[in-house]
Design a binder for this molecule. Structure first.
Ligand code: C5P
Length: 299
């Protein structure tokens, strides 16, 4: 029987600018988004009905959620293509929940890709991205899992001509953060500036990319640090390592990213952080596009 595997990589906003709240209740964003070489894993098998099994280190927390985004994505695809068959889906949850690295969105996008293959729906990437919009702002960019610009609510995507693989580490201090709450604090602080033209990023070498990125703070950082001072402390601690070029909040937090010049430096910091904070989730990562996804897309 056909058994399809999909990788759902952690999404990392290398930059994140946010404008004031629009009439639809959302904040327009501008972000350079990249993907890590770590993430959740999903498998898909033919079955009469839709069913979802959740495993992995962060699986238990997710089991309490009433309507998982994976099942919502599966139903959305069924409705879109008139599919009557179901599927048995197994989600290996490796990424912490509500942590700013888009785990749920990556899972939803992986579900669209996996079931598109299992059911032979033949939706192309643009069609899957469109369908993803109804599931969450970050789902469209997760469909291709490659470094891209994202604007609007996440529906406007554009390719970047040249961008190197970057190295760093992701650290989650072990508490969830509500994106809606961070945006409320962002509004209360009056932080939303009308967004200008999207800056153009293009680099061939890591050093060039780091110089470009260093100029940009995550616009949600001040609000998230105000809401959860432990995030501010973590960013401060990551910045103190001589190997750290700079540290940034991921999405609306609480995961933080420290960027380094190479993988070795990231591993060194990760070891030290883990030794001092055994309960933290700490992962050295390479950030770029995900070849495993590209090979599974129709076009
Ligand atoms: O994308 P997600 O569903 O995680 O967003 C949760 C909440 O965060 C939204 O309901 C909205 O209140 C807020 N949000 C926003 N602007 C965005 C994204 C999210 O105000 N661009």
């Amino acid at each position: 029987m056909k058994n399809i595997c999909e990788f759902a990589p952690a999404k990392v906003n290398l930059t994140l600018a946010a404008g004031p709240k629009a009439d639809d209740g959302y904040h327009p964003l501008q972000s350079l988004v990249s993907f890590a070489d770590i993430g959740d894993h999903l498998t898909f098998e033919a079955e009469e009905f839709l069913c979802l099994e959740i495993k992995g280190p962060f699986g238990n927390a997710l089991k309490n959620e009433a309507d998982n985004l994976v099942l919502r994505a599966a139903r959305a695809l069924q409705n879109r293509v008139g599919q009557k068959n179901g599927a048995r889906i197994v989600l290996q949850k490796e990424l912490p929940l509500a942590s700013g690295i888009g785990g749920g969105s990556a899972d939803a996008a992986a579900t669209l890709r996996g079931l598109n293959r299992l059911w032979d729906c033949r939706l192309n990437t643009a069609q899957m991205e469109k369908l993803g919009e109804s599931l969450g702002a970050d789902v469209p960019v997760c469909v291709q899992g490659k470094t891209r610009f994202m604007c609007g609510r996440g529906e406007k995507l554009s390719d970047i001509t040249s961008w190197p693989t970057l190295y760093g580490l992701l650290v989650n201090p072990g508490f969830a953060v509500s994106t809606a709450e961070v945006f409320r604090r962002f509004d209360a602080q009056g932080s939303g500036q009308v967004l200008g033209k999207m800056p153009l990023f293009s680099a061939q070498y890591t050093s060039q990319a780091l110089l470009q990125l260093q100029k940009y703070e995550n616009a949600l950082s001040a609000a998230a640090c105000d809401l959860k001072p432990d995030i501010k402390r973590l960013l401060g601690r990551l910045s103190e390592y001589p190997q750290t070029r700079f540290a940034r909040l991921c999405g609306s937090g609480a995961t933080c990213l420290a960027l380094t010049e190479n993988a070795q430096q990231a591993t060194e910091i990760a070891r030290s952080i883990k030794k001092n904070n055994p309960n933290y989730w700490v992962k050295p990562v390479a950030l770029g596009s995900t070849p495993r996804i590209k090979n599974n897309l129709v076009n």
